[in-house]
Design a binder for this molecule. Sequence first.
Ligand SMILES: *Cc1c(COP(=O)(O)O)cnc(C)c1O
Length: 360
Amino acid sequence: MIKFATPGVQGLRPYQPGKPIEELEREYGIKNAIKLASNENPLGPSPQVLEAVQGSLKDIARYPDGNGFVLKKALAQKHHVDMDMITLGNGSNDVLELIARTFVTQAQSVIFSEHAFVVYPMVTQAIGARPIVTSAKNWGHDLSAMQAAICDDTRLIFIANPNNPTGTWVDKSSLKAFLEGVPESVLVVVDEAYFEYAFENPNYPNSLEWLSEFPNLIVTRTFSKAYGLAGLRVGYSISHADVAHLVNRVRQPFNVNSIALVAATAALDDSEYLKKSIALNRAGMQQMRQAFDKMGLSYIPSLGNFLAVDVDDGAKIYELLLRQGVITRPIGGGMPQYLRVSIGLPSENEIFLQALRKVF
Ligand SMILES: *Cc1c(COP(=O)(O)O)cnc(C)c1O
């Protein structure tokens, strides 16, 4: 059958998600495994969100609000933007794909960096567009190289800020200068999935304030990380309203389900949970970095809720950690020596660090 698939799909490999806890426990016959593999919020959902979700269950026989009015209104208020600048997605991955499908054809190219988020090559390949992969600089995005790579046929650039799996980030003045040099015909997606963890850094950009200046700028955010809703799948973009209207033509009418809409709206309202999540991450990051320093392991400084640590052989250490009931993520690809570990609860971080010491 493969010859009947589109050329892009023929060259596509399925996304490898982090191993679920249940699967590890079943395969290895162990209990109490921990997962620090998918950059999820270790706090679990906010009680306020759980209550709202329970209240919404009685409505599941109805289709959700296809326009996501209540959530968009809350987001618009929070970010001081117009509602028609917001596009909701079934996770921000959905929005990333919608943007590519709205603007890029097979005859065009998409630029992203080496070691950047895996979804960018996936969506590019799926539509059969030409990927232009720029070399990383100190594991992060090299914006000058990305600028220089723009061709006549380039329609889209993906920038993850901070980037996953490296945790690297681009600062305010570099990103602003970059945007100034990109022609209006090239859309720039700034993927801010870890914004809530990163924004306290004084040099981290507030890219939303540039939207009026750059009609080709699209900022994406998610409820999957600091808001603790990865399982419900809600993300969004904020862009010029013209861009949002175009993406909306491609979007499936009910791409965000009714429970997710209610949960995300409730999550926005729970600032205590968000604060707690950010503080927990800050402390856990410190705990991990100190331990790595003591063990003499080098790691890439990260503004996200995860660290890429150099363990010589990521795949091997990943396997050995699995046997001790700890799920991490070998980065692989061009970074075979690295393991990515998500920041967990202090106790989970300690279990991981103990297991790592044992492995060494
Ligand atoms: C986790 C992550 C996302 C978010 O994905 P969702 O589909 O919203 O769960 C987007 N971009 C990057 C770089 C990520 O790491």
